[in-house]
Ligand binder design. Structure first.
Ligand SMILES: C[S@@+](CC[C@H](N)C(=O)[O-])C[C@H]1O[C@@H](n2cnc3c(N)ncnc32)[C@H](O)[C@@H]1O
Length: 392
């Protein structure tokens, strides 16, 4: 969309068209809706309104439906926006550390996913984005959601940061060919990220960021929502830690349960017990599996595999527990017999540390019965093993 088309969408007539398109989208056949709207409106504006309606519907995946229905998006802006639960967590953490009203610059604000939550958390926010349409949308989104935020269109690397208590930065991690995983390909570049982290900053990074790229004295926090890892953020200066130094942290949303390297007693490897635990993805990414093991009084089943075993059923947010029913060697014929003899028809296959394809194994053991089972294929004491387990 061109900035001029966006401006036209924001006039009274454009807003009425967009409201009509948003309300009818998904209820009325798309072709018929377009044809009907084009009878009374400019075709380019109808196309822009329908794109917004489609993106608003899609955005309910990341934003509260009432917010999504009022916001503006580019495809990239929607895809790169922080999910509301994660943005809210980050904003609350900043507001607690900095105090009410503190001035914060969001140096890559995009369409405003983080910006809006920073403002809602009571911070005084300035958003910066280098792309003019994106910056206009961030302004429009703040207005539409009734939050106060100043937005400027500028290159973040040129912004004077001295007026802010802290800066937030969510660099673009997309190139011409989609997502980029190499931090050196971030925009603004990694050198700028390091510059920010020398002060008081929170920088969002890919969850797969290699631990060795994390600068000293910076806290790295991995965040999952309902068990799925969503992102990592690096916290520096007065924002890092929580009174005491923290190097790595896993935070689970929506509960906010948090585990850090201070909770980690170091590796304990032990024989398979009565219970197996599969740590949350944020715990694994943060390298805190042994901290999760300590929470259940257990240890690792193998020094290099992220499964934990213990002798007791302990409820913890940091790992999903299973009762171990059987342990079998990894032998497809023997597994097929086991499946037949136990009348297993619905089989979940999980694997870690072995080159097994769950789909292929499931097909090969031919589950035909009416019972449900979970096979955890992994290495126990260096040997490929199938643990038959029942979720607690
Ligand atoms: C990942 S998105 C930010 C998403 C945002 N946190 C949200 O929740 O909506 C990154 C943004 O950085 C912007 N950007 C890239 N390089 C920039 C630069 N040098 N200065 C300012 N913004 C930049 C891009 O235009 C893009 O909108």
């Amino acid at each position: 969309m061109q900035t001029a088309t966006f401006d036209a969408l924001r006039t009274a007539a454009g807003a009425a068209l967009l409201a009509e398109a948003t309300a009818a989208y998904g209820r009325e056949d798309g072709f018929a809706l377009g044809t009907r709207l084009r009878r009374t409106h400019d075709p380019d504006l109808v196309a822009a309104a329908l794109t917004q309606a489609r993106l608003r519907a899609r955005a309910t995946d990341k934003f509260a439906p009432a917010d999504a229905a009022r916001m503006f998006f580019t495809v990239d802006g929607y895809e790169q926006a922080t999910r509301v639960a994660v943005a809210r967590h980050r904003a609350a953490r900043l507001a607690t550390a900095l105090g009410p009203g503190a001035a914060v610059a969001d140096l890559c604000c995009g369409v405003g996913g983080d910006l809006v939550e920073l403002a809602r958390a009571g911070l005084t926010v300035t958003g910066v984005d280098v792309d003019p349409l994106t910056a206009d949308m961030a302004t429009a989104n703040a207005e539409a959601l009734g939050v106060r935020a100043e937005v400027v269109c500028a290159d973040a690397t040129t912004v004077d940061r001295t007026a802010y208590a802290a800066v937030v930065c969510d660099p673009a991690r997309r190139g011409g060919r989609g997502r980029v995983f190499d931090p050196d390909a971030y925009r603004p570049p990694w050198s700028f990220v390091l510059e920010l982290l020398a002060g008081t900053a929170c920088v969002k990074v890919a969850p797969g960021l290699p631990h060795e790229r994390i600068p000293g004295r910076v806290e790295a926090e991995w965040v999952s929502e309902r068990g799925e890892v969503k992102e990592a953020a690096l916290w520096s200066g007065g924002l890092a830690g929580d009174g005491a130094r923290v190097g790595r942290r896993a935070t689970l949303l929506p509960s906010g349960a948090t585990l850090t390297d201070r909770d980690d007693p170091g590796p304990v490897v032990r024989p398979l017990g009565e219970f197996l635990y599969e740590p949350d993805g944020a715990v694994i990414r943060a390298g805190l599996v042994t901290a999760a093991a300590a929470r259940v009084g257990g240890g690792l089943i193998d020094p290099s595999i992220a499964y934990v075993t213990a002798d007791a059923a302990v409820s913890t947010p940091f790992a999903r527990g299973y009762l171990v029913l059987d342990t079998l060697p990894y032998d497809v014929k023997a597994l097929r017999r086991y499946v037949r003899d136990h009348g297993i028809g619905v089989l979940t296959v999980k694997k870690r540390g072995v080159g097994v394809e769950p789909e292929k194994l499931r097909a090969a053991v031919r589950p035909r019965g009416d019972r449900t089972a979970t096979f955890v294929v992994t290495r126990v004491a260096g040997t490929a093993t199938v643990i038959v387990a029942d979720p607690l």
